[in-house]
Design a protein. Structure first.
Ligand code: ZN
Length: 481
């Protein structure tokens, strides 16, 4: 067939356009654009769902309405939902598609006690003493589910092949629901898992988190009249006091990365009765699980010694704990490419003013909101403070972790985060997180080479590793309603 010269020029132009089109990797950018468009189309529904969960503000293992709202939405979108996994009534797994690859995305939805707040830039509880979403988990769950739905639509249209799985993971703030789900093997057949977290900046995470152990020490003594015959009593409160004193002496002799914090939960009722029972609740953390172990051994010995000092029985019980996050740098690079592809989050002047008002009220520098994409940095040897049960997941399956701006820099786990999570600042971060996760998942489905590189890094870093969770058999203790 003879082409006219005009046709030939057109053909050459089209060919050069294809060859020079921006491609982050082996993925068809058009599919990512479809995923982003799907989230954009569902934006109003996602915001409504997130605001509902924000208003429910249910704490660990009490998230019945929040879990139901998310799982019902997943079902309406055609996912197969399995509720109550790993012995937790508020956990669920929503699955769509079949065969490999199997890509998972985590979604949290629990609130924190006592930090109820209106969507206002000044401290103003919605209901005094009630819980609030001070860690932005109302946004976390919805963004991850929104991303899973966008991927599901591409699978349904025959444009992607494999399985997408959304994990409804309860009780991140205490109890650590994901540890139970990991122990029960619910993540082990995933090729790759993704998670994000609300934050005051937007970045692909290359820093780990702290490993943690959560335990209680109970002391049992003998009661007596505190003035009439104290020599007949053995004070459990003395045991608790000796223990906390011992903990504070230990602080000088641990590595600088170790953190130990405790509260005395119970220490008698009135001064004129020698207390029979006392209880201290304690957490110890370090950059790595290996660093937590020797500290835990010292704490056991201190508890034992404290019981001897006070002449009472001591009982040491590990309640829970989590590993540090195992960072996957290949995965972080992929997240970074997608963050950069989407560009920064843009804010209106009223949103910046709202953020600065929060910063004025909390004595933070008035920098406003930062929606810029942070460049990928070198991982630090020791992470900043904080722990998450995503850590346990990351040791059994390669896990990619992202932070997205949903609040300005100010106090976290506090009213400013609750305020922003119920209005446009939080909503924008949530939608941005959903789009980044969805675009990255499209890559993971389509680009076997990148997926294999992520898995190879994971295999190398987990050579010889045996997973040992800090929990005992059976489900977690459920709260008494
Ligand atoms: Zn959180």
């Amino acid at each position: 067939m003879k082409l006219s010269s005009r046709c030939l020029i057109f053909a050459l132009l089209a060919l050069s356009a294809i060859l020079s089109s921006p491609r982050a990797n082996a993925t068809d950018v058009g599919r990512k654009e479809e995923a982003v468009a799907s989230i954009e189309k569902r934006k109003a529904e996602m915001i409504k769902l997130s605001d509902q969960i924000w208003a429910f503000a249910e704490t660990a293992l009490r998230e019945h309405k929040s879990s139901e709202a998310l799982s019902r939405y997943a079902e309406q979108q055609g996912f197969k939902v399995e509720r109550g996994v790993a012995g937790m009534p508020t956990s669920f797994i929503a699955t769509y598609g079949q065969g490999r690859p199997v890509i998972g995305v985590l979604g949290e939805f629990d609130a924190l006690p006592g930090i109820s707040q209106k969507t206002s830039p000044a401290k103003e509880p919605l209901e005094a003493g009630a819980p609030g979403h001070g860690c932005g988990h109302n946004l976390f769950g919805v963004a991850s589910l929104g991303a899973a739905i966008a991927v599901k639509e591409l699978i349904a249209a025959g444009k992607l092949k494999g399985t997408i799985r959304f994990y409804g993971t309860p009780a991140e703030e205490s109890v650590y629901g994901k540890v139970y789900m990991t122990r029960d093997g619910l993540f082990k057949d995933l090729d790759v898992c993704l998670a994000w977290h609300p934050a005051s900046e937007t970045r692909a995470d290359v820093d780990s988190t702290q490993a943690l152990v959560d335990f209680i020490v109970e002391f049992k003594g003998r009661t007596a009249h505190a003035a009439l015959d104290p020599w007949n009593g053995r004070s459990a409160a003395d045991g608790a006091e000796a223990f906390t004193h011992g903990v504070n002496l230990l602080r000088e002799h641990v590595r600088p990365t170790v953190r130990i914090h405790y509260v005395v939960v119970k220490s008698g009722d009135v001064p004129n009765v020698v207390p029979e029972y006392a209880k201290v609740w304690c957490w110890a953390r370090d950059s790595k699980r290996a660093g937590v172990e020797p500290v835990l051994q010292r704490l056991r010995e201190i508890a034992d010694g404290a019981g001897r000092i006070a002449g009472v029985e001591s009982k040491f019980t590990i309640q829970s704990g989590c590993y540090e996050i195992l960072v996957n740098l290949t995965g972080a690079k992929l997240l970074q490419q997608n963050l950069e592809w989407l560009g920064p989050i843009k804010y209106a002047e009223q949103e910046q003013e709202f953020a600065r008002a929060i910063q004025r009220a909390t004595g933070t520098e008035q920098k406003g909101l930062n929606g810029e994409i942070k460049p990928l940095k070198e991982p630090k040897p020791d992470p900043p403070g904080g722990s998450t049960d995503v850590g346990d997941v990351s040791w059994v399956v390669p896990t990619l972790h992202l932070s997205v701006t949903t609040a300005p820099e100010s106090a976290w786990h506090a009213w400013p985060v609750v305020a922003c999570g119920g209005m446009s600042i939080g909503h924008k971060g949530m939608i941005h997180a959903a789009k980044t996760l969805a675009a990255t998942m499209v890559d993971l489905f389509e680009d076997a080479k990148t997926r294999e590189a992520i898995q190879a890094e994971f295999k190398e870093k987990t050579k010889g590793f045996v997973y040992k969770p800090y929990i005992s058999d059976g489900p977690p203790p459920l709260p008494k309603e």
